[in-house]
Design a protein around this ligand. Structure first.
Ligand SMILES: *Cc1c(COP(=O)(O)O)cnc(C)c1O
Length: 421
């Protein structure tokens, strides 16, 4: 469900014509819909509430760290899951209260841990023994006991793309299953830590419910075991990962997800933390691009567009599918023809779609990539010295640039020639 639709033959975000934004800010650009963000948060948080769970929704900021996006969700009550000091500062600047922020990630530096401890966030999810020791030192030096959950690796196959599965024992994430007890033992002995819970995140873009059930059941066993060992487990951070439809997938509904959580873990008396990223923002964003040239090859037609792999990396990185739709609605009976949609970057990987059926398009026409709100702008780079592209937030009939396109001078501002030249 999203708020990008045709009105009188023209693609709109809510009540704003995409072509009007393109005229004002230039292409390519990302466009986000406030109504879609709000709806996704309400549906997700509502499903957890309806299942009777005491749940805190911490938006995984890495999916879309734009301050206006985080603020839109924070206003509705969302917390934040952050994976770096930069994201932590971004969440704070966006108005997320520290007591609703969780810090995750496999390699936090001492400086990052110290900043998080000093800020007084809700908890830090720790992924290794060296990190436990480092965090304890940092917290003790500040005279506090930092609430921690330990990220466990349940050795469950999320059934998703190999580059975004995280819960198998050969992945770098979390503590291996057979070592969990001794690691909790160690954590309990360290002076700077208050061990409050278990954290678990098995991957991203999950389209089946079963891996969640398996992981949650394993977490349940662990709660029993650790409580028997005298560890006071009172929070369960169950990660993110619920998928969204990019193509013809039908991921589990938030209600099904919440019910699995309730059925497997609901009676344990724990506060639940969830960290959805993609689910909240994926369908709330599109990437708008303009056709530069139509190039007729001997075997295929290339639509060369002004967006590239540096703007939207998912197709190159994960072979990801994004819907591609023309901004001007094709008339009834328009015949589609298969084309390759490619960007201008000097890499064969800079291909958004191969042999995609599209209506006839000409140089200057606008098109939109769907479901680009998650891991789109967030992963972009300036490869080929292409400026990062603007991000625009729509609300009803209004739109605002919430990240400006830098000038070439601004791009170069941090560089310098050594004075030996
Ligand atoms: C990436 C990540 C998330 C969010 O994943 P989505 O698939 O976007 O929901 C949540 N928690 C952790 C620890 C992550 O690494």
């Amino acid at each position: 469900m999203n708020h990008f639709h045709y009105i009188d033959g023209e693609l709109h975000a809510e009540d704003v014509a995409i072509a009007r934004i393109a005229e004002a800010v230039g292409t390519p650009f990302y466009c986000y819909s406030t109504a879609t963000l709000e709806r996704h948060y309400a549906v997700f948080a509502g499903a957890l509430g309806a299942a009777g769970l005491d749940a805190t929704v911490c938006f995984a900021c890495k999916a879309n760290p734009n301050i206006a996006v985080i603020h839109t969700l924070a206003r509705l009550g969302a917390g934040a899951d952050v994976v770096s000091e930069g994201e932590l500062r971004q969440a704070l600047a966006a108005g997320v209260p520290p007591e609703r922020i969780v810090f995750s990630g496999v390699g936090k530096t001492r400086a990052e841990l110290d900043f998080a401890v000093a800020t007084g966030i809700l908890q830090i999810n720790v992924e290794s023994e060296p990190e436990l020791r480092m965090l304890s030192e940092v917290a003790a030096a500040r005279g506090v006991r930092m609430p921690v959950s330990i990220r466990v690796n349940p050795d469950v196959d999320a059934g998703t793309h190999a580059k975004i599965t995280t819960g198998k024992k050969e992945n770098k994430f979390g503590i291996e299953w057979n070592r969990i007890r001794e690691v909790y033992n160690l954590a309990g002995s360290l002076p700077g830590l208050d061990v409050v819970g278990i954290a678990c995140h098995i991957g991203s873009q999950l389209t089946e419910i079963e891996p969640f059930r398996q992981a949650f059941l394993r977490v349940r066993d662990l709660v029993d075991m650790l409580r028997a060992d005298g560890v006071d487990i009172r929070r369960l951070d169950l990660g993110g990962g619920l998928g969204v439809p990019y193509d013809d997938e039908t991921p589990p509904s938030p209600t099904a997800y919440a019910e699995i959580m309730r059925d497997t873990l609901g009676d344990l008396g724990c506060r639940v933390i969830v960290e959805p990223g993609r689910l909240l923002v994926g369908n709330a964003g599109i990437l708008v691009s303009r056709v530069i040239h139509v190039k007729e090859g001997s075997t295929r037609t290339f639509l060369i567009v002004d967006a590239a792999m540096n703007d939207l990396m998912r197709p190159a990185l994960y072979d990801a599918h994004h819907a591609i739709i023309p901004v001007a609605e094709p008339g009834p009976g328009t015949v589609l023809a298969a084309v390759d949609v490619v960007g201008p970057v000097c890499e064969t990987g800079d291909t958004f779609a191969r042999q995609r059926p599209l209506p006839p398009m000409a140089a200057g026409d606008l098109l939109a990539f769907g479901t680009a709100g998650a891991y789109g702008a967030a992963m972009s780079s300036t490869y080929n010295t292409r400026p990062l592209i603007p991000e625009v937030l729509v609300r009803g009939a209004e739109f605002k640039v919430v990240r400006a396109r830098p000038s070439f001078e601004q791009m170069r501002a941090l560089e310098s020639l050594p004075d030996w030249f």
